[in-house]
Design a protein. Sequence first.
Length: 153
Amino acid sequence: MANIISGITPEPEYSSLIADLRIMFPLFVEDFIHHIHEEESGLFNRIKLLQDVEEGNYSIVDAIKVLEKDPIHLLAEMHEVHDDEMKGIRKLTQDYSLPENAPLTMKVLYHELQNFERELTIHAQIEDELLFPKAIQLEREALRKIRNKIRTN
């Protein structure tokens, strides 16, 4: 997407829009990369720790310390804040609306932006509807096992 945006030589009536996209899209990319790194360092590491707890690779004391920090439901709530990352791009492009006589380059750009947004939406749905619920379930199960171990000791 960044290459498409930077490679367009716009018609005069679209030069301001392209200039804005050339500023806005890299900011979006930077924010999105930060979001991905947060998921990798937060959520995915948390899931790995939960699997280790589930498999008994942690002492009860260490497992409790791990499970007390950053519960997955809080990570899920933070994730929902990021779910509409394309809002600014949609606003800038007036929901990807162009006149019929718009240049082909602009039509291609808007089409690709819409496809990109659809892929982001699918990605977010997979996380919201599959990944987070499964991770929350894994966390509950790990907590249940730890509580049972504490009761039996």
